[in-house]
Design a protein around this ligand. Structure first.
Ligand SMILES: [Zn+2]
Length: 274
């Protein structure tokens, strides 16, 4: 998957060009005042978190399409599966997606919102801990900083090696019969729908440029999925991503792209004023 680097680099250029163009719009406003370095890291943060969200939804999709057994909560299963799929790529782009989404969970855990104990997902901080466990379980060196940031105890790090191996064996064990053994590829429908709201226009353009949906497709084609699963980006009226088994569709909302961009941009602006 070396190709992903080229994608990320060309997308970054397009995003930066758009953001600094004379078009006065929401994206430009949101990024105003950031240095080139901050702009780059803001864009990468939004990209990496989106990649993780889409892999999480792909986890739900694989569970649903292949009728995989889920022992425990499906949300936890989707997090583990997406983390394992990203780790299995053995690629810097996907490793960074994991690192940045751990930061994403930690930031939202620290944002002061009341934790929702009834939510189907684990608490944001737990999600970060569970992911980091798999990450250091696979490679304690590459992901050391993520574990250090969370004050991950050293005895836990050691246990995580066994937990990673067990999780990997279990998930890829149930997935293996569904891997394609021919040269064919399942077909997917990728749609980037035009948003109604003008403030999402450049976000929609840059999301398309990022090719997150195409990257996901490139990973999913190795599975023997029935044709015509839809990967759709659209305006939803809320910041979200979701899988619908009835429509056989993974949806990514442009609002999520905007939320993570604003989030990081605001973080840098607040840092400046402190
Ligand atoms: Zn989920």
């Amino acid at each position: 998957m070396r190709r992903s680097f080229a994608i990320a680099a060309s997308f970054l250029m397009a995003f930066t060009a758009l953001a600094s163009s004379a078009r006065a719009d929401a994206l430009e406003d949101d990024l105003r005042g950031l240095s080139d370095e901050q702009l780059k890291s803001t864009v990468e943060f939004a990209f990496n978190n989106s990649l993780f969200f889409m892999f999480h939804e792909a986890g739900h999709m694989l569970i649903s399409e292949f009728d995989l057994p889920v022992l425990g909560r499906e949300e936890d299963a989707a997090d583990s599966l997406s983390s394992l799929l990203l780790l299995e790529m053995d690629d810097e782009t996907f490793d960074q997606a994991l690192v940045d989404s751990v930061d994403g969970w930690t930031f939202s855990a620290e944002s002061g919102q009341e934790p929702d104990l009834f939510d189907a997902h684990a608490l944001n901080q737990q999600r970060a801990f569970n992911m980091v466990c798999l990450m250091v379980g696979k490679d304690g060196e590459t992901f050391q900083e993520s574990a250090d940031d969370l004050d991950f105890p050293s005895d836990r790090r050691e246990q995580c090696v066994g937990e990673y191996r067990k999780a990997r064996k279990s998930w890829f064990g149930v997935l293996e019969p569904h891997l394609r053994d021919d040269d064919g590829q399942s077909s997917f429908e990728i749609h980037y729908l035009k948003p109604e709201s003008p403030e999402l226009a450049s976000y929609a353009d840059t999301f398309k440029e990022s090719q997150v949906l195409d990257l996901l497709k490139d990973v999913l084609v190795t599975y023997n999925l029935n044709d015509d699963i839809k990967l759709t980006a659209r305006e939803c009226g809320q910041s979200n991503a979701y899988w619908s088994s009835d429509d056989r569709e993974i949806t990514y909302c442009y609002e999520l792209w905007r939320e993570y961009t604003q989030f990081m941009a605001n973080y840098y602006r607040e840092e400046e004023t402190e």
